[in-house]
Design a protein around this ligand. Structure first.
Ligand code: DX5
Ligand code: ZN
Length: 234
Protein backbone atom coordinates (compact mmCIF):
# COMPACT_ATOMS: atom_id res chain seq x y z
CA UNK A 1 0.00 0.00 0.00
CA UNK A 2 1.72 3.17 -1.14
CA UNK A 3 0.41 6.33 0.46
CA UNK A 4 -1.50 8.77 -1.74
CA UNK A 5 -4.10 11.44 -1.11
CA UNK A 6 -6.07 10.63 -4.23
CA UNK A 7 -9.75 9.85 -3.64
CA UNK A 8 -10.44 6.25 -2.64
CA UNK A 9 -13.92 4.73 -2.50
CA UNK A 10 -14.43 2.06 0.17
CA UNK A 11 -17.84 0.36 -0.06
CA UNK A 12 -19.10 -0.89 3.30
CA UNK A 13 -20.27 -4.50 3.07
CA UNK A 14 -22.77 -3.67 5.82
CA UNK A 15 -25.08 -2.86 2.90
CA UNK A 16 -24.23 -6.05 0.94
CA UNK A 17 -26.14 -9.36 0.93
CA UNK A 18 -24.91 -11.03 4.14
CA UNK A 19 -25.51 -14.49 2.64
CA UNK A 20 -23.23 -13.75 -0.30
CA UNK A 21 -20.24 -11.70 0.87
CA UNK A 22 -17.73 -13.43 -1.41
CA UNK A 23 -19.54 -12.58 -4.61
CA UNK A 24 -20.55 -9.13 -3.35
CA UNK A 25 -16.86 -8.26 -2.74
CA UNK A 26 -15.89 -9.61 -6.15
CA UNK A 27 -18.65 -7.49 -7.69
CA UNK A 28 -17.61 -4.19 -6.07
CA UNK A 29 -13.95 -4.82 -6.90
CA UNK A 30 -14.88 -5.54 -10.53
CA UNK A 31 -16.73 -2.22 -10.45
CA UNK A 32 -13.53 -0.41 -9.42
CA UNK A 33 -13.79 0.26 -5.75
CA UNK A 34 -10.42 0.99 -4.07
CA UNK A 35 -10.83 -0.59 -0.64
CA UNK A 36 -13.34 -2.93 1.01
CA UNK A 37 -14.70 -1.60 4.32
CA UNK A 38 -15.73 -4.22 6.89
CA UNK A 39 -17.87 -3.06 9.85
CA UNK A 40 -17.49 -5.13 13.01
CA UNK A 41 -20.10 -4.38 15.70
CA UNK A 42 -20.48 -5.92 19.14
CA UNK A 43 -23.96 -4.93 20.41
CA UNK A 44 -22.24 -3.15 23.30
CA UNK A 45 -20.10 -0.29 21.96
CA UNK A 46 -22.79 0.18 19.30
CA UNK A 47 -26.42 -0.99 19.38
CA UNK A 48 -26.01 -3.52 16.56
CA UNK A 49 -24.23 -6.82 15.96
CA UNK A 50 -22.48 -7.96 12.80
CA UNK A 51 -19.69 -10.54 12.75
CA UNK A 52 -16.30 -11.52 14.14
CA UNK A 53 -12.84 -12.73 13.06
CA UNK A 54 -13.89 -16.06 11.48
CA UNK A 55 -16.10 -14.33 8.96
CA UNK A 56 -13.49 -11.66 8.27
CA UNK A 57 -10.97 -14.44 7.64
CA UNK A 58 -13.39 -16.26 5.33
CA UNK A 59 -13.99 -13.19 3.17
CA UNK A 60 -10.30 -12.22 3.05
CA UNK A 61 -9.61 -14.52 0.11
CA UNK A 62 -12.18 -12.62 -1.97
CA UNK A 63 -10.46 -9.26 -1.36
CA UNK A 64 -7.70 -8.33 -3.80
CA UNK A 65 -7.61 -4.60 -2.96
CA UNK A 66 -7.33 -3.46 0.67
CA UNK A 67 -9.32 -4.93 3.55
CA UNK A 68 -10.21 -2.03 5.86
CA UNK A 69 -11.62 -3.36 9.13
CA UNK A 70 -13.56 -0.91 11.32
CA UNK A 71 -13.91 -2.22 14.86
CA UNK A 72 -16.91 -0.83 16.70
CA UNK A 73 -16.24 -2.95 19.75
CA UNK A 74 -15.25 -2.43 23.38
CA UNK A 75 -13.00 -3.68 24.75
CA UNK A 76 -10.99 -3.78 21.54
CA UNK A 77 -7.47 -4.82 22.64
CA UNK A 78 -8.27 -8.52 23.24
CA UNK A 79 -9.41 -8.93 19.61
CA UNK A 80 -6.71 -7.05 17.67
CA UNK A 81 -4.53 -10.10 17.13
CA UNK A 82 -7.47 -12.15 15.83
CA UNK A 83 -8.45 -9.52 13.26
CA UNK A 84 -4.84 -9.18 12.15
CA UNK A 85 -4.63 -12.95 11.73
CA UNK A 86 -7.88 -12.80 9.78
CA UNK A 87 -5.98 -10.71 7.23
CA UNK A 88 -6.99 -7.09 7.89
CA UNK A 89 -4.72 -4.63 6.10
CA UNK A 90 -6.01 -1.74 8.21
CA UNK A 91 -7.48 -2.09 11.69
CA UNK A 92 -9.39 0.93 12.98
CA UNK A 93 -10.32 1.24 16.64
CA UNK A 94 -12.46 3.92 18.26
CA UNK A 95 -10.98 6.58 20.55
CA UNK A 96 -14.09 6.06 22.72
CA UNK A 97 -13.60 2.29 23.05
CA UNK A 98 -11.45 2.55 26.17
CA UNK A 99 -9.06 4.69 28.19
CA UNK A 100 -5.85 3.46 26.53
CA UNK A 101 -6.03 4.49 22.88
CA UNK A 102 -2.24 4.92 22.65
CA UNK A 103 -1.72 1.33 23.75
CA UNK A 104 -4.39 0.10 21.33
CA UNK A 105 -2.67 1.80 18.39
CA UNK A 106 0.69 0.36 19.43
CA UNK A 107 -0.89 -3.09 19.60
CA UNK A 108 -2.37 -2.72 16.12
CA UNK A 109 0.94 -1.65 14.58
CA UNK A 110 2.74 -4.46 16.39
CA UNK A 111 0.71 -6.95 14.32
CA UNK A 112 2.00 -5.41 11.09
CA UNK A 113 -1.41 -3.97 10.16
CA UNK A 114 -1.92 -0.26 9.51
CA UNK A 115 -3.53 1.54 12.45
CA UNK A 116 -6.69 3.61 12.21
CA UNK A 117 -8.31 5.82 14.83
CA UNK A 118 -12.05 6.49 14.58
CA UNK A 119 -13.73 9.51 16.18
CA UNK A 120 -17.46 9.56 16.97
CA UNK A 121 -19.36 12.73 16.03
CA UNK A 122 -19.18 13.99 19.62
CA UNK A 123 -15.41 13.53 19.93
CA UNK A 124 -13.24 16.55 19.05
CA UNK A 125 -10.35 16.50 16.58
CA UNK A 126 -7.96 17.43 19.39
CA UNK A 127 -8.21 13.87 20.76
CA UNK A 128 -6.15 12.73 17.77
CA UNK A 129 -3.41 15.33 18.16
CA UNK A 130 -1.02 13.44 20.49
CA UNK A 131 -1.49 10.29 18.38
CA UNK A 132 -0.77 11.60 14.89
CA UNK A 133 2.57 9.82 14.59
CA UNK A 134 1.00 6.53 15.64
CA UNK A 135 -1.78 6.34 13.07
CA UNK A 136 -2.05 5.64 9.37
CA UNK A 137 -5.67 6.74 9.15
CA UNK A 138 -8.19 8.85 11.03
CA UNK A 139 -11.80 7.88 10.48
CA UNK A 140 -14.26 10.73 11.00
CA UNK A 141 -17.68 9.29 11.77
CA UNK A 142 -20.26 11.44 10.03
CA UNK A 143 -23.11 9.44 11.60
CA UNK A 144 -23.37 7.83 15.02
CA UNK A 145 -21.92 4.36 14.41
CA UNK A 146 -24.15 1.30 14.39
CA UNK A 147 -26.28 1.41 11.26
CA UNK A 148 -26.09 2.10 7.55
CA UNK A 149 -28.39 4.54 5.80
CA UNK A 150 -28.29 7.36 8.35
CA UNK A 151 -28.21 11.06 7.62
CA UNK A 152 -24.84 12.81 7.28
CA UNK A 153 -24.03 15.08 10.26
CA UNK A 154 -22.98 18.47 8.88
CA UNK A 155 -21.04 19.64 11.92
CA UNK A 156 -18.30 17.11 11.12
CA UNK A 157 -17.05 19.10 8.11
CA UNK A 158 -15.23 21.56 10.35
CA UNK A 159 -13.63 18.65 12.19
CA UNK A 160 -12.31 17.25 8.90
CA UNK A 161 -10.74 20.65 8.15
CA UNK A 162 -9.10 20.77 11.57
CA UNK A 163 -7.70 17.26 11.18
CA UNK A 164 -6.38 17.98 7.69
CA UNK A 165 -4.47 21.01 9.02
CA UNK A 166 -3.21 19.05 12.03
CA UNK A 167 -1.93 16.16 9.88
CA UNK A 168 0.19 18.41 7.63
CA UNK A 169 2.67 16.33 5.62
CA UNK A 170 2.23 13.15 7.63
CA UNK A 171 1.17 10.10 5.61
CA UNK A 172 -2.18 9.83 7.41
CA UNK A 173 -5.42 9.19 5.52
CA UNK A 174 -8.64 10.97 6.45
CA UNK A 175 -11.52 8.55 6.04
CA UNK A 176 -15.19 9.56 6.19
CA UNK A 177 -17.74 7.04 7.34
CA UNK A 178 -21.50 7.58 7.28
CA UNK A 179 -23.98 9.23 4.95
CA UNK A 180 -21.52 9.60 2.06
CA UNK A 181 -23.40 10.22 -1.22
CA UNK A 182 -22.62 12.15 -4.43
CA UNK A 183 -24.14 15.15 -2.61
CA UNK A 184 -22.02 14.98 0.56
CA UNK A 185 -18.80 13.64 -1.06
CA UNK A 186 -17.70 17.02 -2.52
CA UNK A 187 -17.97 18.69 0.87
CA UNK A 188 -15.84 16.13 2.69
CA UNK A 189 -13.29 15.97 -0.14
CA UNK A 190 -12.93 19.76 -0.21
CA UNK A 191 -12.38 19.71 3.56
CA UNK A 192 -9.49 17.26 3.15
CA UNK A 193 -10.83 13.69 3.16
CA UNK A 194 -9.30 11.09 0.84
CA UNK A 195 -11.06 7.82 1.75
CA UNK A 196 -14.84 7.77 1.38
CA UNK A 197 -16.70 4.86 2.93
CA UNK A 198 -20.18 4.36 1.48
CA UNK A 199 -22.66 1.59 2.18
CA UNK A 200 -26.15 2.37 1.00
CA UNK A 201 -25.01 4.83 -1.68
CA UNK A 202 -22.85 2.13 -3.35
CA UNK A 203 -25.11 -0.91 -3.04
CA UNK A 204 -28.44 0.74 -3.88
CA UNK A 205 -30.10 -0.44 -7.05
CA UNK A 206 -27.65 -3.30 -7.75
CA UNK A 207 -26.98 -6.94 -6.85
CA UNK A 208 -24.43 -9.64 -7.67
CA UNK A 209 -26.68 -10.57 -10.59
CA UNK A 210 -26.82 -6.95 -11.75
CA UNK A 211 -23.64 -5.22 -10.52
CA UNK A 212 -23.57 -2.34 -13.04
CA UNK A 213 -25.39 0.02 -10.63
CA UNK A 214 -22.57 -0.55 -8.10
CA UNK A 215 -20.15 0.78 -10.71
CA UNK A 216 -22.34 3.75 -11.59
CA UNK A 217 -22.73 4.59 -7.89
CA UNK A 218 -18.98 4.31 -7.22
CA UNK A 219 -18.18 6.50 -10.23
CA UNK A 220 -20.75 9.12 -9.21
CA UNK A 221 -19.28 9.44 -5.69
CA UNK A 222 -15.70 9.47 -7.02
CA UNK A 223 -16.42 12.09 -9.67
CA UNK A 224 -18.24 14.38 -7.23
CA UNK A 225 -15.33 14.12 -4.77
CA UNK A 226 -12.58 14.57 -7.36
CA UNK A 227 -14.24 17.63 -8.87
CA UNK A 228 -14.33 19.24 -5.44
CA UNK A 229 -10.68 18.34 -4.70
CA UNK A 230 -9.57 19.90 -7.98
CA UNK A 231 -11.62 23.04 -7.34
CA UNK A 232 -10.15 23.33 -3.82
CA UNK A 233 -6.60 23.07 -5.24
CA UNK A 234 -7.14 25.86 -7.80
C1 DX5 B 1 -21.80 2.85 10.41
C2 DX5 B 1 -20.73 2.09 9.65
C3 DX5 B 1 -20.64 2.53 8.26
C4 DX5 B 1 -21.90 2.29 7.46
C5 DX5 B 1 -22.05 3.39 6.48
O1 DX5 B 1 -21.76 2.52 11.74
O2 DX5 B 1 -19.46 2.26 10.26
O3 DX5 B 1 -19.51 1.98 7.60
O4 DX5 B 1 -21.95 1.07 6.80
O5 DX5 B 1 -23.28 3.26 5.83
P1 DX5 B 1 -23.89 4.41 4.95
O6 DX5 B 1 -22.90 4.70 3.86
O7 DX5 B 1 -25.16 3.79 4.44
O8 DX5 B 1 -24.11 5.58 5.85
ZN1 ZN C 1 -17.55 1.73 9.12
Amino acid sequence: MTFTRSIKIAPSILSADFADFGREIEAIEAQDCDWVHVDVMDGHFVPNLTFGPPLVKAIRRHVTTVMDVHLMIAPVDPYIEAFAEAGADIITAHAEAGPHTHRTLQAIRATGAKAGLALNPGTPASVAEPLLDMVDLICVMTVNPGFGGQKFIDSQIEKIRQLRAMIGDRPVHIEIDGGVTPETAPRVAAAGADVLVAGSAVFKGGSVADPAPYGANIRAIRKAAETATQAAAE
